[in-house]
Write a protein that binds this ligand. Structure first.
Ligand code: NAD
Length: 270
């Protein structure tokens, strides 16, 4: 008789390898990062959430929301522009929870700037967070991860699939993330560490609700009508794909990118 027939569903052990693991998430106290920490909590993964002290998100509220899901969690200040702070973020996982298995480079900023107004400073400031920030976290995680470790970086359909006028620096960074992920996938595979990317489409989060730099509430509502799924996505719908990519269910997947967009980028153009 198979296990399925002998064991009630709720008492069956999970076989995705996640329970007992420890994850770090940059930009982890809002949007997709926070939804991921909650998804990990439900899967038995402890999390260390890096947050940008200059941003308006409340780390204590985030920690409370993760604990509500039953997770062990800490939030620590970690500006991804600061190499030492990012090293300390990864080290916190080892010191406080005894190990580091998963790193998710999720922190990001989005700024609107047409080419005519795009200064060198704006360009560097964007890449420092959205591309070099990813490198800093994955590099810090590599030295602390054993075989079986998994990393995910968050790209975007802007740059990852499409161009986006007025956002060339953001798109360049997000396209760069894919090159980084493919290369590290190859480089770290012999060590048993997997590296993948997710490419979110339009997801309702603080970033996309910012009407100055992104679509804003009205723009999101309007855009939802043109998405095959009929709506924009939720942070949790990206989070659960990241959870999958970092689980043993994806044990033979590395250097890849997974688009999470409700069909937006594959629909036939009007
Ligand atoms: P969000 O603004 O809630 O999340 C971004 C997080 O990064 C915030 O917590 C912010 O404080 C943090 N952050 C910004 N600068 C930082 C820094 N220097 N150091 C550390 N943390 C910093 O929005 P989100 O949509 O959840 O964004 C998460 C990721 O998803 C980002 O990389 C974003 O570019 C990407 N993304 C979002 C969408 C979308 O539609 N929302 C689409 C594609 C990609």
């Amino acid at each position: 008789m198979s296990t399925d027939e002998t064991m009630p569903r709720e008492t069956m052990p999970r076989d995705d390898g996640l329970p007992g693991k420890v994850a770090v998430i940059s930009g982890g106290v809002s949007g997709i990062g926070l939804a991921l920490a909650q998804a990990y909590a439900r899967a038995g993964v402890a999390t260390v959430l890096g947050y940008h002290p200059g941003d308006p998100h409340d780390p204590e509220a985030a920690v409370g929301a993760v604990r509500e899901q039953g997770g062990r969690v800490l939030a620590v200040p970690a500006d991804v522009r600061d190499r030492a702070a990012v090293e300390e973020l990864a080290e916190t996982a080892v010191r406080e929870f005894g190990r580091l298995d998963i790193a998710v480079a999720n922190a990001g900023i989005l700024r609107q700037a047409d080419l005519a107004d795009l200064s060198d400073e704006d360009w560097h400031a964007m890449l420092d967070v959205d591309l070099t920030g990813v490198l800093r976290l994955l590099r810090a995680a590599r030295t602390r991860m054993a075989s079986g470790g998994a990393m995910v970086a968050v790209s975007s359909i802007a740059g990852g699939v499409y161009g986006w006028d007025g956002h060339a620096h953001y798109a360049a960074a997000k396209a760069g993330v894919l090159g980084l992920v493919r290369s590290l996938g190859v480089e770290l595979a012999p060590r048993g560490i997997r590296v993948n990317a997710v490419i979110p489409g339009l997801i309702e989060t603080p970033q996309s609700l910012d009407a100055r730099n992104s679509l804003g509430p009205e723009g999101l509502r309007a855009a939802g009508a043109g998405i095959p799924a009929g709506r924009v996505g939720r942070a949790d719908e990206v989070a659960r794909v990241i959870r999958f990519l970092t689980s043993d269910d994806a044990a033979y997947v590395t250097g890849q990118q997974l688009v999470v967009d409700g069909g937006l980028t594959v629909r036939f153009p009007d």
